[in-house]
Design a protein around this ligand. Structure first.
Ligand SMILES: Cc1cc2nc3c(=O)[nH]c(=O)nc-3n(C[C@H](O)[C@H](O)[C@H](O)COP(=O)(O)OP(=O)(O)OC[C@H]3O[C@@H](n4cnc5c(N)ncnc54)[C@H](O)[C@@H]3O)c2cc1C
Length: 269
């Protein structure tokens, strides 16, 4: 289906992008377009003004601080991340991005677009929560830092509100990370996914695809029984659809959480 008519601007700076976004009610940021253009073609969204972020080089930087903090600009694509030496400080990021869809999606899709879309089946929202990331959100009123676990508010809804931009994702230094998913076909959409990170004591475990937002669990230890108990205690009520029943997703959540924690544990030592 063809796109409906839409106005378009390609501002040269974040400041100008924010001005355009805040002046028009129907304005929407356009990053890689791998979600937004498709939902516009399907008429599930109909912004009347697209503010293309392609020329904002300031949002494409990847920096590794001396304390191990990794800073990723919102317009970093999956392919940029895969080829970045700095991002290898946190190998799980490249490993997960390498499994997202196909080369075209990886060349165009951005990490900012992935988390701002907050499609509950996306790979990066649970991973960012597990890694303890902090999102930098900028509006005409200034800048604020939002912990990843507070950034995801509902299906397709995040703390980056109308007129605002996510500019950067900061990931603190960590020791061992893991990710496990069951997908529809190879490198397809996730039916359930789980991300884990261990930096000393008990793991942070996050389950995706079972609720509107990633579900953060804090098991008492990295032992399989403790992880399974934490998943059961969360009393998940996942959606059922053509691909999986609610019960099957609940079972997958346990299995994948244990796998993700095992991977994180192996890498930590
Ligand atoms: C065939 C196909 C298969 C896919 N499979 C998967 C998959 O298995 N797993 C997965 O995780 N993803 C998958 N995707 C989605 C893909 O990863 C998208 O690239 C991603 O969800 C959106 O990133 P984008 O840069 O294309 O953002 P866009 O589509 O341009 O934008 C998405 C949304 O985020 C907003 N936005 C973008 N950037 C910002 C910003 N900096 N600040 C504020 N708001 C912003 C936009 O306004 C829009 O609402 C798939 C896509 C396709 C086409």
């Amino acid at each position: 289906m063809l796109l409906q008519e839409v106005e378009y601007a390609r501002p040269p700076s974040v400041l100008e992008a924010l001005r355009l976004l805040s002046e028009r009610d129907g304005a929407r940021a356009l990053a890689g377009g791998q979600t937004l253009i498709n939902v516009m073609k399907a008429r599930a969204a109909s912004p009347d003004f697209l503010v293309d972020l392609q020329d904002l080089d300031e949002l494409r930087e990847i920096e590794l601080g001396s304390d191990g903090t990794l800073e990723l600009g919102a317009m970093v694509t999956y392919s940029d991340l895969l080829s970045s030496a700095e991002a290898r400080a946190r190998p799980i990021l490249g490993e997960v991005c390498a499994t997202i869809a196909d080369v075209q999606v990886r060349n165009r899709g951005t990490i900012g677009g992935n988390v701002c879309a907050n499609d509950p089946t996306n790979h990066l929202p649970p991973l960012m929560v597990a890694l303890g990331a902090t999102m930098t959100v900028v509006g005409t009123g200034g800048e604020r830092q939002v912990p990843a676990e507070e950034f995801f508010l509902g299906v397709y809804m995040t703390a980056a509100g109308p007129g605002e931009l996510l500019t950067k994702i900061s990931i603190p230094a960590g020791k061992g990370d893991g990710f496990a998913a069951v997908t529809i076909g190879k490198d397809g959409t996730c039916i359930v996914n789980a991300a884990a990170s261990i930096d000393g004591g008990a793991p942070r475990v996050v389950i995706g695809c079972v609720d509107a937002v990633p579900v953060l669990l804090q098991p008492q230890s990295a032992e399989g029984d403790a992880v399974r108990t934490a998943v059961r205690d969360a009393k998940l009520d996942p959606p059922a659809d053509f691909h999986a029943s609610s019960d099957y997703r609940r079972t997958l959540a346990e299995v994948l959480a244990v796998r993700a924690v095992q991977q994180a544990q192996e890498r930590k030592s």
